[in-house]
Design a protein around this ligand. Sequence first.
Ligand code: 9MR
Length: 368
Amino acid sequence: SYLLDDFDLARVEAQVQDNIPALKTVLAPHFKIGTSVTRGMIDTPHAALIRRHFNSITPGNEFKWDAVQATEGQFAFEGTDRWVDFAAQHGMQIRGHTFVWHSQAPAWLFQDAQGQPLTSSPAHKTLLMARLETHIRTIARRYGNRIAVWDVVNEVTDPAFPDGLRRSPWFNVLGKEYIDRAFIVAREELPNAKLVINDYNTDIPARREALYRVVADLKARGIPVDGVGHQMHNSFARPTPGQVETTLQRFIPLGVDQEITELDVTLYDDLTASWTEPPADRLVRQGQYYRDLFDVLRRFADNISTVTVWGPSDDDSWLNYAFDTRQDWPLLYDRQLQAKPAYWGIVDPTYLTAAPLSTRLLAPASAR
Ligand code: 9MR
């Protein structure tokens, strides 16, 4: 054992690099580039990183039902207000995520006044539809045009069923009408917003076709859906650039805008490995993956309005806690907010041939 005496413990804030191109400038000819944001980031150096590189934000959790209306009829807008103001202040687009999802929904939503699960009885149908409408109308009226894009429904497909629709509580009570109503009500309230149906694994043929059928059916019946969101939680193995191309191509005849809404690229091949540091060769491969992916996305720029990565920097990825506690490095900037090979893959792939730049700045003691 030993004693320490008379020392300072100081937090060294990450420094946002000011000598590299802003992602949003590099990509301006093609599409908007966004990131998801989480609570607290407004007050950390992440805010500077977000302002510098991105022109769209998607609050990752604040707009979800359990955050906005945890208790029936009591709307909490503190978290959402902050981000809407932040976006307005910095001239960014903001995406609302999401009005209708089966997950991160409070228990009361699918229960009657006695706490019993809702059924498909006429009374319960009326109740749940009224809840859906109230929720959408209340949020839409608060923010109106300040929110340019809405993920109106999230993850509603399931290729296991012939109709391609997930058997969520929404579906089990209301049938597919809940999707129709969500879009119709959103359009009534928000005539100018882009209304999106968002889903994952859209590169896998079964899911892609399920989503295609659902969107085609909505369009055929005049339901106002403007866009398809491909989440894209990717790995090196999939989707390949070719699979992305096939997926984007598939939706073009439907005349919808397309967005990449939740992009990240795990460094792992499986669920068993667990590293404490990212292997350098993997970071370069990740850069190559982002390079090849963005080559495709740029080619489809006419059909894509926004590409959003699911977090500004590796310290703020859902993948750090989704699978036990193993760390992952799926994004464009590292935990010190420095540009990774992933960033260079998009901005200037010639840098990928060199060893990853390590330009971490540690402020000299005198400056702390
Ligand atoms: O990023 C979100 C994370 O903070 C939440 O804990 C998680 C809970 O489901 O949701 C994450 O975002 C999800 C998104 O809303 C929908 N697609 C999958 C995303 C990753 O789970």
